[in-house]
Design a protein. Structure first.
Length: 190
């Protein structure tokens, strides 16, 4: 589905709409809505930093596994770092602001901020690592380093997720996050 808002193209994948609808319908204690709001605010943090850095947004693509914000021009090194950290900064800010109200509201922001700082491809931490390495190394070296770093972080994360699931019998969230990152990694490399 494509929407045009001023000079911005907004693409929303039908599979993303279906998945979000299913998750909201299955959410019994209304916690998922706070996670979705944290994710929306995260992306708005990136958009705000793009605006502040003078980078024009051309299109936003909401897909099943990620959100892609496209611009017409490549940002400078400083702007790229600020834009990359904008989402995480917003999450940490809201975690601090919402902590006095309750952990139920603050925890999704904190968890999403920490999660996005992992140096894994497709996450903000991986993008930040690529930006920094790109200043000194060839694109091939950067790509290999990112793949190795991603593997080094995902293997223990998936092992821990499996361990938690087997010991608890019901807590599968860390395992699902690991699988999500692996699927995202394969989709990005395709």
């Amino acid at each position: 589905m494509k929407l045009r808002i001023a000079n911005l193209d907004l693409y929303i994948g039908y599979e993303a709409i279906a998945a979000m609808t299913a998750v909201l319908l299955l959410d019994r204690d209304n916690r998922v809505i706070f996670c979705i709001l944290a994710a929306i605010l995260h992306e708005l943090g990136h958009l705000l930093m793009m605006l502040l850095c003078g980078v024009r947004v051309r299109a936003i693509r909401l897909r099943l596994f990620d959100v892609l914000i496209q611009s017409d021009e490549a940002p400078t090194f400083k702007a790229d770092v600020l834009i990359t950290l904008g989402g995480v900064a917003v999450n940490f800010l809201f975690a601090l602001l919402l902590y006095p109200v309750g952990m139920k509201y603050a925890l999704p922001h904190f968890a999403l901020g920490v999660f996005n700082l992992l140096p894994v491809m497709s996450l903000d931490g991986g993008h930040l690592l690529a930006i920094i390495l790109d200043k000194r190394f060839s694109p091939r070296t950067v790509a290999i380093t990112l793949k190795v770093t991603t593997f080094v972080f995902l293997l223990p994360l998936m092992t821990a997720g499996l361990y938690v699931l087997l010991n608890s019998g019901y807590n599968y969230s860390l395992l699902i996050i690991s699988i999500y990152l692996i699927v995202l990694l394969f989709l990005k490399n395709r």
